[in-house]
Design a protein around this ligand. Structure first.
Ligand code: NA7
Length: 543
């Protein structure tokens, strides 16, 4: 920690109708709810602003049919309250969206969080008052609020992205993006439906709606490696076992790179015999969830021959499930490495393409040219549709921040500063934006497992600042430059940066290519943050 000259920083801001708090949180999803709980526990006055009408964030907005965990339900829930852990029964190994939304509502009620959350409250700007060391936020309804600390718990994947297709305004049918699925649902039964996008979301959605639509056209640009989820109900015995072993479950999650419960096999895929290798591939393939990915030979997650060997195995699994060999070949990924994107887990996805009423259109071969009043026109054909669903993903991490005009010291905007990629210290803070904690950029993997310790760290940091009579904390330029360089250099070596995906901003035309999350494993990140805190917030400037 560097101690700069201390300045008096009473809140001498404008005296008009502005509500004042110690901390403001933007977003009442998984991270925002926990930050609210934690900061309030520390005795701070807190207000969370949430655009939606309810809590849940991702699990509030993503109401599309088929939305579901790929983490085991009991590894995803909060760990901070033993009472909560014992009270809540997850009904399935991989819970669906309605259950997760119910869970987050239960948490909000149990800990009386709603009294400090303002719903239907869209924050349009946040401006730093350099004299008072306070943030002033402006809401869409014209109201304002001030706080010393601002936490953007706006989510990693919340700024939904709809490609700029010409003609969407002219479409006479119904359309929506999966991340803004209407609460009342979409009427798809018997209709001609088109889905654009075959990422994790599209895969879940397509599998579910294929059961009820009249005809389904899937517009695929890139085929994905998908693996069977093998979901099932949690029986009472298993429920008891889970509740008795939460400390062990969380300990195991905390030991792994992505905070999932699965631990890599320390052997190389190439050091065992072919028979042994195939036996393991098959055995894990038959298991639920990410085990077939994250409990496999460690080097299938490194660019190289082991990765390619497993990719070939997965491609063959896809071919075996699709009757028409031409369609099968279109569904087999050939242009990116296995695991370079998050593995979509499915429950009958490939069999959908064996249905007579389902058509797969390769839009890499024949790109979408425009939306017409009656459907979609590609270079080669026109498709008549009553409904178009965009499963086209998100402007990840920076997209959600950019939707808010965040102005720091000297009037600079965070959007300008992050134009070539986020420049932060550990993903948490950025020079020129004191007392702002951009925590949506800092956790990845099994989300809640990574988010809880991060929020704990931020709350402890805020308490440290206050307890030591400082009023302002921001990283040093040196710490920020070193971290940004580390993200670029270490990021270049990992599998996640090798594909054109949201991880590196490659899904958004014109967005700078830069790893948007930390290149380090979860245990390494926790250790780095702990060391920084132990050294009195080394790399930060406190005033
Ligand atoms: P993703 O993984 O970003 O997938 C978006 C999909 O939309 C993907 O198939 C894209 O094809 C496709 N897309 C995007 N733009 C276009 C255009 N212009 N034309 C055709 N197709 C397009 O988002 P998801 O919501 O599925 O998943 C996000 C995360 O949520 C996931 O990683 C999990 O962690 C949960 P592309 O692959 O870019 O060729």
């Amino acid at each position: 920690m560097e101690r700069a000259q201390q300045m008096p920083a009473a809140d001498t801001g404008p005296v008009e109708e502005v509500e004042r708090f110690d901390a403001i949180i933007i977003g009442a999803g998984v991270t925002g709810l926990y930050a609210l709980y934690r900061l309030r526990e520390h005795g701070l006055s807190v207000r969370a602003f949430e655009e939606g009408s309810g809590v849940g964030g991702t699990w509030y907005w993503n109401r599309y049919p088929g939305a579901r965990f790929d983490s085991e339900s009991y590894t995803y829930g909060y760990s901070f309250s033993e009472e909560l852990l014992q009270e809540w029964d997850w009904s399935e190994h991989y819970a669906g969206q309605p259950e997760t939304e119910r869970y987050l509502n239960y948490v909000a009620d149990k800990f009386d969080l709603r009294r400090d959350i303002q719903f239907h409250a869209r924050v349009v700007s946040a401006v730093y008052d350099e004299r008072a060391h306070r943030w002033q936020v402006h809401l869409a309804d014209g109201s304002r609020a001030r706080a010393q600390f601002l936490i953007t718990a706006v989510g990693l994947l919340s700024a939904h992205y709809i490609p700029d297709f010409e003609g969407l305004d002219s479409f006479q049918g119904a359309w929506c993006h999966t991340g803004r699925w209407p609460a009342e649902g979409m009427d798809l039964a018997g209709k001609r439906v088109g889905v654009i996008g075959t990422g994790a979301t599209g895969v879940q959605l397509i599998t579910e709606i294929a059961k009820e639509v009249g005809h389904l056209t899937v517009f695929q640009r890139t085929a994905n490696y998908c693996a069977p989820l093998r979901n099932g109900p949690i029986d009472p015995d298993t429920q008891r076992q889970i509740k008795a072993s939460y400390p062990d479950i969380f300990k195991r999650c905390n030991e792994t790179a992505g905070s999932f419960i699965h631990k890599f096999d320390p052997r190389s895929a190439l050091e065992v015999s072919l028979d042994e290798r195939l036996e393991q591939y098959e055995r894990l393939w038959a298991e639920p969830g990410f085990k077939k990915w994250l409990a496999n030979f460690y080097d299938i997650m490194l660019p190289g021959p082991a990765n390619e060997d497993y990719a070939a195995f997965v491609r063959q699994k896809i071919r075996e499930r699709v009757k028409d060999p031409v369609v099968a070949e279109k569904l087999v990924p050939k242009d990116h490495m296995f695991g370079s994107k998050r593995l979509p887990c499915e429950s009958g996805y490939y069999e959908v393409y064996n249905q007579d009423n389902v058509l797969l259109v390769d839009v890499r071969e024949a790109p979408i040219e425009r939306i017409t009043p009656t459907g979609v026109k590609t270079r080669d054909a026109e498709y008549d549709l009553a409904v178009i669903i965009f499963a086209t993903g998100y402007d990840a991490v920076t997209g959600a921040l950019n939707r808010i005009e965040i102005r720091g010291e000297g009037g600079q905007t965070l959007k300008d500063k992050f134009a070539k990629g986020p420049r932060t210290y550990m993903g948490i803070q950025s020079v020129g934006f004191p007392n702002l904690f951009t925590i949506n950029a800092a956790s990845v993997g099994n989300f809640v497992r990574a988010a809880e310790p991060l929020v704990d760290w931020v709350c402890d940091c805020i308490c440290y600042v206050r307890d030591h009579q400082f009023t302002r904390i921001a990283p040093t330029s040196e710490a920020e430059a070193a971290w940004t360089q580390h993200v670029a250099e270490a990021g270049a070596k990992i599998l996640r940066t090798q594909a054109d995906s949201w991880f590196v901003g490659a899904n958004i035309p014109g967005k700078a290519r830069f790893l948007l999350t930390s290149p380090d494993t979860a245990p390494v990140m926790r250790a780095k943050r702990a060391e920084v805190a132990a050294k009195g917030y080394a790399g930060f400037l406190l005033q």
